[in-house]
Design a protein around this ligand. Structure first.
Ligand code: 3PY
Ligand code: MG
Length: 259
């Protein structure tokens, strides 16, 4: 059983991912039952900890999406622990050099390809005794490109064997390029950098993904040929929905009167 996201790519299709920053298995399962291909649990910019992520990975798989994690940092022991807990996709932040990318690649593969330690608690429930032979094909991995330094080393990073490709962090990238750290940026220098990363990845036959803040922006990125597009973070969707409910409820009352 291969990774369903990899199957989509092999069929020439991109994947759409959700993005969770709130802890909880209930909304993780509910979102996974929608038309998302993958759901990423963000362990870098969220309060989600190891004890909380484990049931979320179960819930996402139960809901029919591929469970991904964005690591808190590019630390092999974290990647290995999360793979053992049932993540089938790993996104490592702040990969700035070839060595950083090699560290990620090594963490997600068993010997002789890498140095992942053997103890696949949840994957072996799914794969049984066959897991060792299928592990590499069952896991997708992305190195995040989100600094000037990473762009300077992009070709070397893209050439690292054992990762699927690169995933753009547009907020940190904008910040490092000297601009406001916003998602879905139209700042020309940020737009140009993102385009350069996409074209470079494609030229080297690698997958390329990007974090988006809205469905509209995600749709543009899918049309441009990105392979993995995420939209939108759960907390921002909740706030947007709450704002529109509040606005609708208060609309009939003018001059700030609160009913
Ligand atoms: C970024 O935009 O920098 C990210 O890491 C996405 O959360
Ligand atoms: Mg970032």
């Amino acid at each position: 059983m291969s990774n369903a996201i990899r199957e989509l790519w092999r069929a020439g299709k991109p994947a759409l991912g959700g993005w969770l920053q709130l802890p909880g298995a209930l909304h993780a399962e509910a979102l996974a039952r929608l038309d998302y291909d993958a759901i990423v649990v963000d362990m870098q910019h969220s309060p989600v900890d190891f004890a909380q992520v484990a049931p979320m990975l179960v819930a996402i798989e139960l809901g029919g999406a591929v469970p991904f994690v964005r690591l808190q940092e590019n630390r092999p022991s974290d990647a290995m622990k999360l793979l053992d807990a049932g993540a089938y996709g790993v996104i490592a932040p702040m990969v700035n050099t070839r060595e950083d990318a090699e560290r990620l690649a090594s963490a997600v593969h068993y010997s002789p390809k890498g140095e992942r330690s053997f103890g696949p608690r949840r994957p072996s429930l799914r794969y049984g005794g066959d897991y060792l032979g299928q592990a590499s094909d069952s896991i997708a991995s992305f190195a995040m490109i989100e600094t000037r330094e990473a762009i300077g080393n992009l070709d070397e990073i893209l050439d690292v064997d054992g990762i699927d490709g690169v995933f753009i962090g547009p907020t940190d990238l904008a910040l490092d390029l000297g601009h406001i750290p916003s998602v879905d940026s139209r700042e020309p220098e940020v737009v140009k950098a993102i385009e350069h990363i996409r074209v470079s990845a494609k030229a080297r036959g690698r997958r390329v993904g990007i974090f988006c803040g809205s469905g509209e922006f995600a749709s543009e990125k899918l049309a441009e040929g990105f392979d993995f597009v995420t939209a939108a973070p759960d907390l921002s969707m909740l706030l947007n929905a709450a704002r529109s409910v509040i606005m609708a409820a208060r609309a009939p009352f003018q001059q700030g009167e609160k009913p």
